[in-house]
Design a protein around this ligand. Sequence first.
Ligand code: BGC
Length: 914
Amino acid sequence: MKKCLSLFALLQLISTWSLAQSSVQQLLTENRVNPIGLDVTIPRLSWQLIATKQNVRQTAYEVRVNTDAASIAKGAVWQSGRVASDQSVHVLYAGTALKPGQRYFWQVRIWDNTATKPSAWSPVAYWQTGLLTAGNWKAKWIEPGYVEDTVNRPSPLMRKVFATPKKVRSATLSITAHGLYEAQINGKRVGDAYLTPGWTSYNNHLQYQTYDVTNLINQGQNAIGVSLASGWYRGRLVWENQRNMYGKNLALVGQLAITYTDGSSETVITDESWKSSTGPVRFAEIYDGEIYDSRLEKAGWTTAGYADSDWSGVMTKPFGYTNLVANYNELVGQHETRKPVKVITTPKGETVLDFGQNLVGWVKFKVTGKAGDKIVLSHVEMLDKFGNPYFENLRTAKALATYLLKGGTETLEPHFTFFGFRYVQINGLTGPINPADFTAITLYSDIPKTGEFTTSNALVNQLQSNIQWGQRGNFLDVPTDCPQRDERLGWTGDAEVFSRTAAFNFGVNNFFAKWLKDVTADQFSNGAVPFIIPDVLNKRPVKDEPAGAAGWSDASIIIPWNMYLAYGDRRIVEQQYATMKAYEGYMERVAKNDLWSEGFQFGDWLSYVTTEGSPAFEAKSAFTDNHLVAQCFYAYSTDLMRKAAMLLGKTEDVTHYAALLERIKKAFQNAYMTPSGRLISDTQTAYVLALQFDMIPENLRPQAVDRLVDNVKKYNNHLTTGFLGTPFLCHVLTRFGRTDVAYKLLLQETYPSWLYPVKMGATTIWERWDSMKPDSTFQSPSMTSFNHYAYGAVGDWMYRTITGIDTDETDPGYKHTIIKPQPGGGLTSASASLQTYYGTVRSSWKKEADKLSFTVEIPANTTATIYVPAKNAEAVLESGKSLSAAGLTAAGSGPGYVVLKIGSGVYNFTSSGL
Ligand code: BGC
């Protein structure tokens, strides 16, 4: 008996031993979990290996796809078979051609280097195709059939009753609009997205959304109701009171594909049979807010029994479907909620709620009142030094939420606008305010949070929080410059400088992939890229001459490359290559003898300028020649074009751009540099950009670094850089061995610096270094936002240098990670983690006296090069063991580092004698 038992145990052991150690999870289709409505005909599949051991690598995978989850084992749509490969991200679907409106279920299993047998099959995931082509649209575009009040333009209500006589197996709604829409079926909200269909270059690229509404459909009578609003389509946009940028009338198109359990199907479409009217939303605009009259609510209008005999009909319109594409990025959703932290009575006797955080969204509140009572909520970011709300920086944006009560108790919130605010002034409420009745709700794209970063320095941690809140507030379907004033536009420069930081904090792969399609859609025929995307500046009567500007238009080249680095997303480079090349071509044409020295440039926007009351140190403003800046970005983009061409195997382009790059640098040196390496602009930005992009010959770089460091000293250890110099300032100091100076600048607490706003109570990133001046007065209201993420681009350096997490260009997307932490600045600890498509990358260190403990986590199926701060390999232990005992070999060492090449797993290093 005993012998049998031990034999059984041994067999057990062998069988488990031969099974793969890792399991498979986090299945993504086009970077999203179970997306519904994808028009991508060859979707990319990704998964993560979960392993308990170190050094786990996938050696092969097998994918199976079927339209029926229950019989997925058949893999009728695609059976990949065993594919010898370590690829687990962006594996191309290679099954039968996809059908429209079809849900595809898929599974994967892997083999790894720790066993002979495959892992268990993963949990089942799926994606559902959208309509795939314009030809699959059956619905008609419909517009309200009544005469519109063209002043306020109340929100139209559109409705239709339909019957479903049999048991429904599935129901999918595909819908979009000219304007914003919110849909309900049988009184229930469709989906949890807001401000749909979002903002794109509508006439070229209008996204439709797809919803699984099976659970909302009754057997029998049903009703669908959709309310519309002006939104970005025809609402006021840009600061010149311009409306109707994309069109004058709101319209709706939608089709509901219903499949019954008996296999039959039918489609309910928007057509002449719909009805239209107006309701409680009397006015709704992005900048100016919303007016909601509860007395005009039409209770039950989205249910079948509602009496709509007095409603108008609708008009069908031949707008076509060729510009319609399924939503690719994450939709805008509601996220954090906050209660007021304080109720303030202002010197002017107003009641103001302080939500303690500058955020973007709106306020939902409960109120009891009489019919006709008018409640107005005004939204501001700051109180002035007297304690009154500061409205001036909103410029012409009213940012008001106005409610006319129906009497009794009701809960109210807007629908078709958003506000950038920390404080809300309330007018019209009688009686004491109960802060518990008020909730601020944040609105931003459903981008997954991927990054955590913290240090032993509370101010730096607040800076990190401000960067993340700035991103939340300005990643609302489009990367906007600011969320509060009469702007809120997709400024390309801001998006470009912030894009790498953005990719640390949140998953922005699809967010930017969608936005870049609008870069392509709105690119000028001469290749120039508009300063704002979606481009509304050139929809105004006074068209700008199609021109590009350095640092702004380069977003068309820089962001695709940054997404490739951060996510290994080769397709975004393929998708954008023609647009990238066209912009590069534009620069080549406007440059004379490879020097881009003419035409409008933003330059180093908002760099340090002296104003009265400026700090006593160096009074000189830091203006950098705009064309010196332009030449540096010309080189930067040309180098990225060379790399992109290399990646895509475009050898001719590689040769062309490599040669062009050398010429651009030569032209720079001739035009802007003395033979000794001094630049015509003696500013931090000039030296930063010239060093960052290797514009200066190698032998002259050390003097340039010295000039940069001297300049910082001259300004009493303050930065003076603007939008374009700031993102690279610390990187250049680190690259050339002056991380000590970078830390000085990071930890500087007086203006201009990153921590000065933090010291002044900021909870987001400010547009200007001194949006609020040291005397608590404000910079000119003509342009002072308290929620502008551009200067938050330092976040990238914080992750990549303080904790040292970085991509490897030859193996991007963290397939191979480089971790080289550079402790300093008196920090005693720092920790960061990043959710990559492979899993969690983590780096955290703690310094005590001359000892450092340093932990890294590397996802399965990836590798890493680790720089352990140490004087030599002997001084390093891993989990208390010497490197050799831990099975690790130093791959090299540099000043103050021991370099290790490691596989996946968690490693706990300690090093002493630092
Ligand atoms: C915007 C900035 C933008 C700049 C370019 C400003 O109005 O707010 O974000 O980069 O214009 O000039």
